[in-house]
Design a protein around this ligand. Structure first.
Ligand code: PLP
Length: 398
């Protein structure tokens, strides 16, 4: 099997480097530093130590017996990324990149954040390693996620309000890229998903691939062999890429990515780049599948879960879709909310609304599968951050 991306950062026809000239040299430097670090035993050992003792890895592969019994059919297993320090998989990547920043002699990191999860992970890693940290966040998002803003500030990060555009994630990324161009000698930009120009999609995937490697080893030890199916939600696509990557060569394992179906079909109602009418385009430095209108204007998106609410998707996912290795489907807001309740009631686990999309997909397919079949769901995060929002949405519905 070919190693992807190729030297120019392409996964098939997707990916690449679409940035202003001033960012070409820093991206080159980043790629070289990254390859050097991955060959450096000391770097690997330091990262592993932090993942084990600080993040709490390996996270358990948990057999959800009551959930499976309730649904009937296949046995469902949960990869418990919700038990990572800070409550989601994002810390795996933030810590890897923060350590890389130290390696490159950069003492300042910046990040973009939508709901605040990646900002919190970055602020955490920066506090741990003693790095200066600035997080760009849309003004509208800052209002909606005031608690996460405080969390970041508590850890010493400076949160910058972005007033342009719709005042959300897309605008925060533009502002972070602008900061990086001006402070590139002192600063590393910690991108939060498998997005952006090369080498980010590769690097973020690799830092998250620990999820898949652990899952494979744990499954072999507990059950033997390989699972029938793995399901993960896809925002930018990092938790999915992280768990899928180890299983990509094992073609009998069915891989399913779940996008946000939101309120239903129609522009502005969802974030389904594959299932809902995205088209090839360039956004934030990479060529990928983008939700856009006929003039190429980026569409607005909606999902009950902020982490899935983004108009583009990681370029490697576009290639997996093309080759048929991964199947992409959607789960809508109502189905995700039902799964949020289902997991809480049957297992005593409150999933992040993003992860609830993957649970909902498992709930759709498990009943039609054999009792001996096994599904693994990547439980990308915990739902504490969503409690208020779910309570509010359900108050409005009743
Ligand atoms: C951010 C986030 C996601 C979506 O991001 P990916 O890069 O697609 O993984 C999913 N789940 C949780 C809990 C998140 O915080």
């Amino acid at each position: 099997m070919k190693t992807l991306p190729d030297k120019r950062g392409y996964f098939g026809e997707w990916g690449g480097t679409f940035v202003p000239e001033t960012l070409m040299a820093p991206l080159d430097e980043l790629e070289r530093a990254y390859h050097r670090a991955r060959r450096d035993r000391a770097f690997e050992a330091r990262l592993k130590e932090l993942l084990d003792r600080y993040v709490g890895r390996p996270t358990p592969l948990y057999q959800a017996r009551r959930l499976s019994a309730r649904l009937g059919g296949a046995m469902i297993w949960l990869k418990r990324e919700d038990l990572c320090h800070t409550g989601a998989h994002k810390i795996n990547n933030a810590l890897g990149q923060a350590l890389l920043a130290c390696e490159m002699g950069k003492r300042r990191v910046i990040a973009e954040t939508g709901a605040g999860q990646h900002g919190v992970a970055t602020a955490t890693a920066a506090a741990l390693l003693g790095l200066e940290c600035r997080v760009y966040m849309g003004a509208e998002d800052m209002r909606r996620q005031a608690l996460n803003v405080y969390r970041m500030q508590l850890m010493g990060a400076e949160v910058m309000s972005v007033a342009g555009g719709a005042q959300t994630l897309k605008d925060a990324i533009n502002e972070a890229l602008r900061d990086w161009v001006t402070h590139v000698r002192s600063t590393h930009y910690i991108l939060g998903s498998v997005l952006g120009p090369h080498p980010y999609p590769m690097m973020v995937r690799d830092f998250q691939s620990v999820i898949g490697r652990e899952t494979m080893a744990q499954y072999r030890q507990i059950v033997r062999g390989l699972p029938d199916c793995i399901i993960a939600c896809v925002g930018g696509g990092s938790n999915a890429a992280g768990i899928f990557s180890a299983f990509i060569p094992h073609t009998r394992v069915r891989l399913v990515g779940v996008e946000a179906g939101g309120r239903g079909p129609g522009p502005g109602n969802h974030a389904a780049r594959f299932a809902g009418g995205g088209a090839p385009g360039v956004l934030h430095g990479t060529r990928t599948q983008v939700l856009q209108d006929e003039d190429g204007q980026v569409e607005s998106t909606h999902s009950v879960s902020a982490g899935l609410d983004y108009p583009a998707v990681g370029p490697e996912h576009a290639n997996w879709r093309d080759t048929g290795r991964v199947t992409y489907t959607t789960v809508d807001d109502a189905e995700a909310l039902a799964a949020f309740h289902l997991l809480a009631e049957t297992e005593g686990i409150v999933p992040a609304l993003e992860s609830a999309h993957a649970i909902a997909q498992a709930a759709k397919v498990a009943p039609g599968m054999a009792l001996e079949a096994n599904i693994i769901v990547n439980l990308s995060g915990r739902g504490d951050k969503d409690l208020e929002e779910v309570a509010r949405v359900e108050r409005e519905q009743s």
